[in-house]
Design a binder for this molecule. Sequence first.
Ligand code: UD1
Ligand code: CA
Length: 461
Amino acid sequence: MEQNSAIILAAGAGKRMKSSKPKVLCEVLLKPMLGWVLTSCEQAGIPHVCVVTGHGREQVEAYLDGKYETAVQQEQKGTGHAVLCAETFLKQHLDGDVVVLCGDAPFMDGQTIQRAHEYHQQQGNAVTVISANLEQPFGYGRIIRDNGQVTGIVEQKDATEEQKQITEVNSGTYWFKAADLLQVLTEIKPNNAQGEYYLTDAVELLLQQGKKAGAYQAEDANVILGANDRKTLYRLNTIAREKILEQHMENGVEFVCTDGVVIGPDVVIGMETQILPGTILKGKTTIGTQCVIGPNSLVKDTTVGDRCVLNATQAYDSIIHEDVTIGPFVQIRPNCEIHHKAHIGDFVEVKNSTIGAGTAVAHLTYVGDSDVGSNVNFGCGVVTVNYDGVNKHRTTIEDDAFIGCNTNLVAPVRVGKGAYTAAGSTITKDVPDGALGIERAQQTIKEGFATRKLKGRKKKA
Ligand code: UD1
Ligand code: CA
């Protein structure tokens, strides 16, 4: 695969999607369709990838984050023209084969791409179209064959009534010998119902030059499905969701009921973990074994160790080690690391902080920009005061400290090893190891005050 490359067509507007995003960024299982295609290229082991951008180019490039080469198609004149816009890239990889893919067909998987390539090489083809048989071929280009031999592809809008009956359709993914593709690209003419430069015409042009063309039929017809509007996008979501849930079940993940459960394609879940209703797992999330996730939890780009509980919890871009219990009603915001056997209880928010092993933050607490050691105990209602209106500051709490209920820790501040803070204190100065920090007025007692008041109240009544 070393000399092989991929060109992903992603310049179209996708008007029918009615979205401010370009179509290829519309999501299936909370991952942009273009992301699915990029993952498939990666899985197929294709080392060089170029994305053709146009509509919503800034958004697409922001998504690509400089990780892929791009080519620009200023005006959308058709798929053939889109590939031509990547001419410079194509010329850099002329020795190998190039696979052209559509950014709006997320299910084209790495294995199908690889198998089609093997077929392409065995046959010595100049072009191999990946095709599939669909019961409802409407809208797709049809594969035209003569005595079994592929002779061309005709678009829905250009097809005769007879051709419209053909159920073998073009997936929009093709393997080409790169040099052969380059040769015919400039010969494509917009002589068709849509006045566009069709990449599909390359098949006929190559045949005219005496080159070989063929079709590789995908085993699973679903791999070719694309989305042009919200309804088809929803249909793709439904198909992908079922398939992914089944894969997790095959791996030993337990679902009592899958209501409201959405799991992204890149999520990994260990055996014997139970996923409860209302749980959304997205991005590059990894969950260990024997966890209980949910009900009603949302986890994004987070690693969760074995035997953790995340009950009604949201966690983003963080690491949670083994045997941690969290929830209910907890938010773990980005950049947290929670060490083993920590306990985060109800109505707690943790942000950009480390929580040491065995530490308990049991109720109604905000821990932000903090480094908390192991076996620390937080009383109810503790707040790290991390923001002075201009800058954020860090709080350090050493091992075995005990933070009294309703303590404010005004950062930057340090509570030493094994130190205490008294309930209700607003701690602004460091508390040394083993000391007690207390910051509140002495209590005074007014004897008989309440009794006198009570008598007054009773008289009035
Ligand atoms: C295309 C194929 C059709 C195939 C179908 C599979 C052609 C002429 N037709 O039709 O045979 O069955 O895909 O889904 O190729 N794009 C650009 N620039 C353009 C036009 C399109 O980058 O100027 C991109 C789009 O963003 C999209 C992809 O190419 O990702 C396919 O374009 P689209 O207009 O959706 O083609 P289809 O009509 O679906
Ligand atoms: Ca399409």
